[in-house]
Each structure stands twice: as C-alpha cells, then as structure tokens.
Ligand binder design. Structure first.
Ligand code: C2E
Ligand code: MG
Ligand code: MG
Ligand code: MG
Length: 271
C-alpha cells in the first residue's frame, strides 16, 4: 500500500509508479536472499502511557541492512514485498521473531505490537500461524497486539470478520494502524472486535498549531473512548504535541520524542 506521506519530512517512493519492473524484481530477489541469510532484524519502538509515563508496549519494526544496498527503509521495500508476495514469508518471520522476543519479555509486562500486511492476513491459515507461533514460544496471547491496516478490513470483510473474531477469541489484541488515512469507512468499527486505534503521524505532526489536525486528533480520541477502545498517537516528536495529547485525553504515545525503534538489547536497558 503506497503512501503519499513521507517520513522524516521526505516524500517516499510510490514504488508501483516510480520503480521499473526490473528494479522491483531485483529488490524481490534481494529480499528472498536476505530472508535466507537472516539479514532482517527487528527493532522495537516503545509505546508510553501518557498518564504514568511507563513503557507499556513496543512496536516491532523491521530493519534491513544489505551489503550492496545499504540500509533499506521498510517504507521502500515493504510495498514491493506486498506486490511480489514475498511479504508472506517476511511477515511470518516477523510474527515468529517478535513473538519469541515477547516471550523473553513476559515478566516485563509489555505488549508487543506486530504489523500485519493485507496479503499476510489473507492467508487462509493466518489464525493458525499466529496461534502456532504463540504455542511454540509458550506465550500468552494477551502479550501480543496485531496492527492491521484499514485495507485489511475492507477487502473481503466477511473473511476478515471471521479471522478477527477467531484472533480475539484466542486473546490477541487488535489495533488499526494509520487510522484515518485509508478508506475511512467507520462501519467496521462497530463490527470488528478491536482494542485500539493508532492516530496516524500525519495528524500529529502539525498539532497543536494546525486547527484541523487538532480537531481530527481530538475526534479520533473521543471516538475511541466512546467505543471503549484505547488510542495511541504515533510520530510524537515534540513536548508541545505530547502536552496537547495529554490534554485531549489520549492514552498512549509513540515517537522520536521518547525513542525511535531500537535493537532488543537496548530496549531492555530502557525498561
Ligand atoms: P508504521 O507501522 O505506521 O510504523 C511507524 C513508522 O513511523 C516507523 O517507520 C517508525 O520508525 C516511524 N516513526 C516512529 N516515530 C516517529 C517519529 O516520531 N517521527 C517520524 N518521522 N517517524 C516515526 P518505519 O520503521 O520506517 O516503517 C515504515 C512502515 O513500514 C511502517 O509504518 C509499516 O507500515 C511498515 N513496516 C515496518 N515494519 C514492518 C513489518 O515488520 N511488517 C509489515 N507488514 N510492515 C512493516
Ligand atoms: Mg505500525
Ligand atoms: Mg502506524
Ligand atoms: Mg504509519
């Protein structure tokens, strides 16, 4: 899913439009090799409770350093992986690795949030893959949150509903990533067993100066609470943004102000 917004103020590729078929095929090949050679790593970005200041969770974010390509951003390679299908083995590796890590952090009482791509979710045995990974790591599902995109809920809503109900019954938490940037049908909010909405960085970035962003953030926070959902703001970079979010009643935040995504051993030191 290509995004028009950039990170860090840059405009990222929309790979479908800007990359030739050949470069996408080369990248696909490089990703398959990287999987085989275990070049992918997971970093963890803290999620902080805005009332207590405690770290209550971590989002697992994939990192890739390739000898020839250097550091490749997931904003660049994940959309191509989704196009070519290699996101399925990559996503399943992410799931397994993040759950193993979560199992090592059981006693720390933090929830690990894992990004799930649409194609990965569409695997007919997706629920079984999650439940097998939990069993193998001897981890309670309560420590795991799956970050879904709005596109997951739109494509084949009936199949999605079934899987989400099975995951919720299993005890896994479910959140909507980049809330408000997808095909914003609010209909699914009442149908699906969700736990949390993630306010997209693009709405946080210019708060509290931009009145529209303030209104949108406040509306998402109020909507979440009215629906008994938790709400987290992503991309929090300044004290002003944090103060605004506390004032608006947001539950949690995640962003460079507190910490970027860091390797597991550094994350442990932070805890
Ligand atoms: P996302 O899931 O919305 O993740 C948040 C992104 O915002 C991450 O970028 C994170 O490093 C970045 N970020 C966090 N705080 C700040 C901040 O304060 N300022 C700014 N400017 N950025 C911040 P990252 O790691 O480059 O990942 C980009 C996207 O790639 C993710 O967006 C997600 O859609 C995808 N992605 C990353 N890892 C995975 C993965 O393991 N599986 C899947 N399917 N997708 C992934
Ligand atoms: Mg995410
Ligand atoms: Mg996000
Ligand atoms: Mg995002």
């Amino acid at each position: 899913h290509a995004k028009e917004r950039g990170r860090s103020g840059f405009r990222f590729y929309q790979p479908q439009m800007n990359m030739s078929l050949l470069s996408r095929m080369k990248l696909d090949h490089a990703m398959r090799l990287a999987l085989e050679q275990q070049q992918f790593k997971l970093y963890y970005q803290p999620q902080v409770d805005l009332k207590t200041g405690a770290i209550v969770g971590a989002e697992a974010l994939i990192r890739w350093h390739d000898e020839a390509l250097g550091n490749v951003s997931p904003a660049h390679f994940i959309p191509v992986a989704e196009e070519t299908g290699v996101i399925i083995p990559i996503g399943n590796w992410v799931l397994k690795t993040a759950i193993e890590q979560a199992s090592q952090w059981k006693s720390k009482n933090i929830i690990i949030a894992i990004n799930v791509s649409a194609l990965q979710f569409q695997q007919s045995n997706f629920v079984e893959i999650v439940s097998a990974a939990l069993q193998a790591a001897e981890l309670s599902p309560a420590f795991v949150e799956l970050e879904l995109t709005e596109s997951i809920l739109i494509n084949d809503a009936e199949d999605a509903l079934q899987k989400l109900q099975a995951l919720a019954t299993l005890g896994v938490k479910l959140s909507i990533d980049d809330f408000g940037t997808g095909y914003s049908s609010l209909n699914y909010l009442k149908r699906f067993p969700l736990n949390k909405l993630k306010i997209d960085r693009s709405f946080v970035q210019e708060a509290p100066d931009n009145d529209s962003d303030v209104a949108i953030c406040s509306a998402i926070i109020n909507l979440s609470h009215a629906l008994n959902l938790k709400v987290i703001a992503e991309g929090v970079e300044t004290e002003e943004q944090k103060a605004f979010l506390i004032d608006a009643g947001c539950d949690e935040m995640q962003g460079y102000l507190f910490s970027p995504a860091i390797p597991a051993d550094e994350f442990e030191k932070l805890l």
